[in-house]
Design a protein around this ligand. Structure first.
Ligand code: GLN
Length: 549
């Protein structure tokens, strides 16, 4: 039977609940337990697919095509399990289900209410995780205790312990212990208030994880334990870590997995922990011998969470070759101003990530041109691949007005177009291609060499496609269509054999990179970037002009 850990947050948002939950997941998995995870989000959007990444961060895509919260990316990277759309539930999806049932008459004339109907539906989603065969399901509640929107979720997880049995549920509450400089002290009062708030809904936490910028002393932990009524060992200090990958090891040192196992009645002697894989990852994170500067050219660069998985994938690839990767964020709209073209030329490698809408597209096209003409390694992801194709058509094939029909319906060379447009069908309306799709890679291509395979599967999230009418023209001009859908109709990968690394993919490889298993396309990019860096004079000028975050 599946046991459940519920992770709530208090005092402030952005404390790192997702990373705490993910770290716990990794620790339990390292004890040989099968772990699954889920995020409950208290907003009214049915899923994050329609939310602006500039505000909410990236939309993470699962194999089954779920458009989910970015925390699922942390979950997958930390527990190394592929999750599904079942692992993300929002208030909007709960309400639409309940209202649909009400319209169908499923409630037999009863008054439909938040309690019990909404809370029952929440519990049903949580219970369903138990059908996945996991020993432990970790459920993170988005938002902060005290928020109005969170109340039905808190009530549902309170009831859940009664339903599932006391020993099958553990409540972990994450809070903030601020340091007040004038008095030179760390303060426990916000934690006490937050726990009081949680208790007012009937939940007594079993574990309190305290975020702080400096370690919390044993004395302070004892005080929190006394005031919040948890055992002394159940107050965990989660001090700011040099890298997110340090967090599981820090949490283990603090005893997080031990106290969670004790609460859930999991015998730790039967389940000794083996952290060797993760320790190896962390060794790589810290033992870097050189720095590579990888540019990310996108339209949401002031919100790096919009490209979270891309950034982590670049880092993973760096870990594998003991290189630190410094991410240089470049606002696509500002390219190609002179300073940015110079900056781009001084980068070791470039990623043009996915995106929707026209803003910044001309800048991305200009950046792709600089990368192609100056032999700078470039990985284009989804929209990034599309702009590489447009750029190549405009400047290498003489199709000056080449474009995607997403941005120009009157272009004479629609090298990127909706499937329907390519087949002259007008009534399909451009539905999104979502989730894992297989692709066949051409023998002898760069991508086949990188993947070391000719059949691969990657996750997708797009409407527009390489226009297959132009395949031959591109191939003749030197851009190879090196991977297609199994029926050969959709171009999935392009590459420029004459370039050190100029590869575009219609898919989103960033969702499948893991800290100990970098994705081959990112690995290839970073190796090419490393070669470029080695063959060049030290980055003296670069350090002065590059704005880094
Ligand atoms: N806007 C493009 C499309 O819909 C690319 C999408 C993306 O980059 N995810 O095809």
């Amino acid at each position: 039977m599946t046991k459940y850990v519920f992770v709530t947050g208090g005092v402030s948002s952005s404390l790192g609940k997702g990373l705490t939950a993910s770290s716990l997941g990794r620790l339990l998995k390292s004890r040989g337990l099968k772990v699954t995870m889920c995020k409950l989000d208290p907003y009214l959007n049915v899923d994050p697919g329609t939310m602006n990444p500039g505000e909410h961060g990236e939309v993470y895509v699962t194999d089954d095509g779920g458009e989910t919260d970015l925390d699922l990316g942390h979950y997958e990277r930390f527990i190394d399990e592929s999750l599904s759309r079942m692992s993300n539930t929002t208030t909007g999806s709960i309400y639409s289900k309940v209202i649909a049932k009400e319209r169908r008459g499923d409630y037999l004339g009863k008054t439909v209410q938040v309690i019990p109907h909404i809370t029952d539906e929440i519990k049903e989603r949580i219970r369903r995780l138990g059908t996945l065969g996991a020993d432990v399901a970790i459920v993170e509640i988005g938002g902060t205790v005290g928020d109005m929107e969170i109340i039905p979720f808190i009530e549902a997880i309170r009831q859940f312990r009664r339903d599932a049995g006391r020993n099958n549920v553990c409540y972990v509450h994450l809070t903030l212990v601020p340091y007040l400089a004038p008095s030179g002290e760390q303060k426990t009062k916000p934690t006490q208030h937050s726990v009081t708030e949680l208790r007012s809904y009937g939940i007594q936490p079993d574990v309190i994880v305290c975020r702080s910028d400096q370690p919390i002393s044993d004395g302070l932990k004892r005080k929190i334990a006394l005031m919040c009524d948890v055992p002394n060992g159940a107050v965990i200090s989660a001090v700011d870590a040099p890298s997110i990958y340090d967090i599981p090891l820090n949490m283990h040192e603090e005893g997080l997995d031990r106290i969670v196992c004790e609460t859930l009645g999991i015998d730790q002697n039967e389940r000794p922990i083996d952290l060797s894989t993760w320790q190896e990852v962390v060794r790589h994170v810290h033992n870097t011998t050189r720095t590579l500067r990888i540019g990310i050219i996108g339209k949401y660069v002031t919100m790096p969470d919009a490209y979270l998985s891309v950034a982590e994938s670049i880092r993973h690839a760096g870990f594998a070759i003991n290189a630190k990767t410094e991410l240089v964020w470049l606002e696509a709209e500002r390219v190609p101003s002179e300073i940015d073209s110079q900056r781009i030329r001084q980068l070791d490698g470039i990623v043009i990530p996915g995106g929707f809408g026209e803003r910044g597209v001309e800048g991305m096209i200009a950046a792709a041109r600089i990368a192609r003409e100056h032999n700078i390694p470039l990985l284009g992801i989804c929209l990034g691949m599309q702009v590489m194709v447009i750029e190549f058509a405009r400047h290498q094939m003489g199709l000056a007005d080449a474009h995607s029909t997403e941005f120009s319906l009157t272009t004479g060379a629609p090298v990127i177009a909706l499937m329907e447009e390519q087949m002259d069908i007008t009534d399909l309306g451009g539905t999104m291609r979502l989730g894992a799709c297989p692709a066949m890679l051409a023998e002898g291509s760069q991508v086949a060499a990188l993947y070391d395979a000719t059949v691969v599967s990657e996750r997708h999230r797009h409407r527009y496609e390489f226009n297959s009418r132009f395949v031959e023209d591109f191939e003749q001009a030197g851009l190879r269509c090196s991977g297609t859908s199994p029926d050969g109709r959709l171009v999935e990968f392009v590459e420029l054999p004459s370039h050190p690394y100029f590869i575009g993919t219609q898919a989103h490889p960033e969702f499948k990179s893991r800290p100990d298993r970098p994705h081959p396309l990112f690995q290839g990019l970073v190796i090419a970037a490393d070669q470029r860096a080695e063959g060049r004079a030290p980055h003296l000028l670069l350090a002065e002009v590059v704005e880094t975050k």
